[in-house]
Design a protein around this ligand. Structure first.
Ligand code: BGC
Ligand code: BGC
Length: 867
């Protein structure tokens, strides 16, 4: 977030507006000075060194890979290619998802590769064993060997913090934590361990490392990036690839897998931290900031690069979605940087290119894409692409270049000579799946001590402690997104048989008898203990679901229960040690003020013991982690055009060992839930309230006589009273809706509420509508209202009975109600805490999805009338 100040100093550069267009850069390339060549990095302790400064580059450098080409390979590729039909070539370029194909399809269509998406397993079984994974890998491999060309298929998997899709596998800290370790050798070791884990289950290819240089922590993928500092990303990119690919110089050996440098180009620099958004960087900034990780990864021999969902567009550059950009894919990567491996598209990424669909995109292939990730629409993609070649829209030379690269990578990976996956090195090995000591070490290295007033840490080995907080005994919160499921949601501790929660680690260290656990801190007296350890923070998310948008860094994803817990234990005469578990630096002044010591543990993974090692004096040294992301001093980031705000804790901050670090009382003024869009101005962006899941600070709840105070809908999407219940259902996509059943036994309501009211006057000024998608399963028997609250009993409602009765049963519809209907009836827009509520007392059943306030939609012709 703060890269402008830190990085400009680092590079000795002014990275301001001076954008060079692609054309200008090409011009400079033809006539300009000799191209810079980047080779192997300088080392320290045997690993790539994190440089003090990186020389400013004027143009894209050529990167010399340590994995060198082989003339015999090239001759062999030519021979294979000559014998292939067009359909077989397109098959090599096609990458379907395992749930959408059979082994027979692998043989028939000759897919070059397959993938499993996050949360997709053999047989759809989350608890699939290594043998289940291997059996499927064998089936695909053998099917490919029975195809006419006999080219072996390869399988790619999102092993982004260990082999995180596999039940029982050790999961390492997410990259944000590894960045804080400032230890390239650790990254090499974890990547090497991850390669073994992948071999244990029979895959060939890791969709890692992510090399995003993250400029705005509102991005939901912040934790996937190592740092906001490209010096770290570059050194780590090098070691991550070396570790995954077994330090390959000619062939990837028996301990390695194929690595992926992703997502090229500029994923971490989108406006407002919007996932898949627009990166407006100048070309100089792309070269010197977002490109840096690739210089490391490609020098180490990365064989594949995944193209990013983002666009690259500003006043002078108009590449649009980089999935369709020939300059990015061919001009920069293949030509200037000299990359001879393959480019793979992201999940249905081609469908986002203007004029393309998920199953058809000549532009992406012409731009340089070699493998197309088409999870479901592979059949249509194959026939469309064949037709496009036959019609001359894609040249045969381009197809041959793609297949040449695919075959080259396969030869270098050694799969032509390899036996079936279950017979390979590490296959099925339990010890290859478990790397607990290494992961525990990584947890210790990655945690950052931000505050240690009066040196309350370390605790003595004889302490009696009270442990509180929702994340103390919650491995799902500890592991975050991309763990057993795509979002990391829907998992319980029972899904992690080999893991240790932070609580368990503390119990094992102090003895269970000396540890009392009270999640909500109710019914316990802190004064009875030597210290309180509170473990709080974010709950799991991945990709765009984790974007903050307009939400502040305070209201972001911290739940009110966290602060409530701290309020119950602080000021009781006993030191409070807070451990924050989460995927980004947040504005936590209130939490810091209520803590004597404060540890940022990031998303540590399955080895919670590493945290106990740091809190309690024992055989380990104290803290060594230093922030790889600056920590915000304010809840709202700078507005576009404003200078970056000064951080509370700078990049590189972190108390060493158990050094005292007194932090005074911090300012607790708060902008509320939203940073802009509220207030007296005019809102321009949607206020998302429920989008596949609750959008913080809003929480979905049900209320009835059983508990009018409200029962929260759990992470499993369920809640139940006698009068009303909620389960997950599908409206637009899988499990994106709250299917609500009013049983007709009494009045009841479903609603979304935030703990603190927000000023939403901007939505009144923008003539917004409250909008949601709905499937009515059973029309309402009695009067039904849509309501909004300005902190009950301040409220306004409209009668929506007829509107719901008019909707076709079982079909999706979008309902819009002008916000003015509510303000006319007394809604105080300055204090809205419940922006959506449905209430009735008769039987009614409907699925609600995608609930939001949409500027200008109050004027749409299809709004529900107020009366
Ligand atoms: C993500 C990639 C990931 C791919 C396959 C995409 O949505 O952006 O990082 O590798 O899915 O799961
Ligand atoms: C898949 C992920 C993928 C995402 C993209 C999910 O359904 O499981 O792997 O990254 O879709 O939107």
């Amino acid at each position: 977030m703060q890269w402008r100040s830190t990085l400009a100093a680092v590079l000795g550069l002014t990275l301001a507006a001076s954008a060079t267009s692609a054309a200008v850069a090409q011009e400079a390339q033809r006539h300009g000075p000799k191209q810079t060549v980047i080779g192997q990095p300088k080392t320290e302790h045997g690993c790539a060194r994190i440089e003090k400064s990186l020389p400013a580059l004027k143009d894209w450098p050529k990167v010399e890979s340590q994995l060198k080409g082989d003339r015999k390979d090239e001759a062999r590729i030519k021979a294979i290619l000559k014998d292939m039909t067009l359909a077989e070539k397109v098959g090599q370029m096609t990458q379907p998802e395992i749930a959408a194909i059979t082994a027979e399809d692998v043989k028939t269509y000759g897919f070059g590769s397959v993938l499993n998406g996050g949360g997709s397993f053999p047989g759809g079984n989350k608890r699939a064993t290594p043998q289940d994974w291997l059996a499927l890998a064998d089936a695909y491999f053998e099917a490919s060997k029975q195809s006419r060309t006999k080219i072996p298929v390869i399988w790619g998997i999102d092993a982004v913090h260990g082999n995180n899709n596999v039940f029982g596998s050790t999961v390492f800290p997410h990259n944000i934590g590894l960045g804080a370790a400032h230890d390239p050798c650790l990254v090499r070791d974890i990547s090497a361990a991850t390669a073994e884990q992948i071999r244990a289950t029979g895959q060939d290819w890791a969709f890692a490392p992510t090399l995003a240089v993250v400029e705005d922590d509102r991005w939901g993928r912040t934790y996937e990036g190592f740092s906001e500092d490209p010096r770290i990303t570059r050194a780590y990119g090098y070691e991550a690839v070396k570790g995954l690919q077994d330090n390959a110089k000619k062939r990837i050996g028996e301990d390695g897998v194929i690595a992926t440098a992703k997502h090229f180009l500029g994923d971490g620099g989108t406006i407002g931290g919007k996932d898949q958004g627009v990166n407006p960087s100048s070309e100089q900034k792309m070269i010197n900031v977002h490109g840096q990780g690739y210089y490391g990864a490609l020098a180490a021999g990365a064989q594949t690069v995944m193209i990013s969902f983002n666009s690259w567009t500003n006043d002078v550059i108009n590449e649009g979605k980089v999935h369709g950009s020939k300059y990015v894919q061919t001009g920069i990567l293949k030509e200037k940087m000299g990359f001879d491996g393959l480019l793979v598209s992201d999940w249905n990424g081609i469908g986002q290119v203007t004029g393309c669909t998920n199953s058809s995109c000549a532009q992406a292939i012409n731009a340089g894409m070699d493998i197309i990730m088409v999870p479901n629409d592979w059949k249509a993609f194959i026939s469309n692409t064949i037709a496009q070649v036959e019609a001359g829209e894609i040249s045969m030379a381009r197809i041959d270049d793609a297949v040449t690269r695919i075959l080259r990578v396969k030869l270098r990976a050694g799969v032509f000579e390899a036996p079936k996956p279950s017979l390979r090195e590490h296959a099925g090995e339990q010890k290859a799946l478990l790397h607990k000591e290494l992961a525990r070490e990584a947890v210790r290295e990655s945690a950052v001590l931000l505050k240690n007033n009066k040196r309350v840490l370390p605790l003595s080995k004889r302490s009696k402690v009270l442990v509180v907080g929702k994340s103390a005994d919650n491995i799902s919160n500890q592991t975050g997104g991309w763990t057993l499921s795509w979002q990391g949601t829907g998992n319980t501790n029972a899904d992690f048989p080999n893991a240790t929660s932070i609580l368990k680690g503390i119990q094992d260290t102090l003895g269970a008898a000396n540890v009392t656990f009270a999640e909500t801190a109710d019914g316990v007296d802190p004064a009875q203990f030597d210290a309180v350890i509170a473990v709080i923070g974010e709950t799991p998310y991945a990709e765009g679901v984790g974007d903050l948008g307009k939400r502040s860094f305070e209201a972001a994803r911290l739940q009110p229960q966290d602060l409530a817990v701290l309020d119950k234990v602080s000021g009781k005469g006993k030191p409070v040690i807070t451990v924050y578990v989460g995927g980004r630096a947040l504005h936590m002044n209130k939490e810091l003020n209520r803590s004597d010591a404060f540890v940022a543990a990031w998303l540590p993974g399955t080895e919670g013991q590493g945290i106990a090692d740091l809190l309690i004096k024992g055989r380990h040294n104290g803290f060594s982690g230093k922030l790889s992301y600056s920590w915000p001093a304010e809840a709202c980031p700078a507005l576009p055009g404003e200078p970056a705000k000064k951080p509370l804790f700078q990049l590189g901050y972190g108390l060493r060992d158990w050094q005292t670090g007194n932090v005074g009382t911090l300012d607790e003024t708060s902008p509320g839930a939203l940073c802009s869009g509220g207030g007296g101005g005019t809102a321009t962006d949607d206020l998302e309230i429920f989008n596949r899941t609750d959008v913080a600070p809003y929480q979905s709840m049900i209320g009835s006589a059983e508990n009018w105070g409200g029962t929260a809908v759990g992470p499993d999407g369920q809640a139940s009273h006698a009068e009303i219940n909620v389960v997950q259902s599908d409206v637009n996509v899988q499990q994106d809706a709250l299917k609500t059943t009013w049983t007709g036994t009494g009045p009841a309501q479903v609603y979304l509420q935030s703990p603190a009211p927000s000023d939403l006057r901007g939505y009144g000024n923008a003539n917004a509508a409250i909008q949601f998608d709905v499937i009515v399963h059973q029309a309402p028997a009695n009067r039904t209202v849509i309501s909004t609250h300005c902190v009950y009993p301040c409220l306004a409602e409209i009668d929506a009975t007829q509107a719901f009765r008019n909707l076709p049963i079982g079909q999706k519809a979008t309902v819009k109600v002008p916000v003015s209907c509510f303000t006319d009836k007394g809604l105080d827009l300055e204090l809205v805490n419940t922006p959506f509520l449905v209430y009735t007392d008769g039987a009614f059943q409907a699925s609600f999805a995608n609930v939001r306030w949409v500027p200008k939609a109050g004027a749409d012709p299809d709004v529900v009338p107020c009366a």
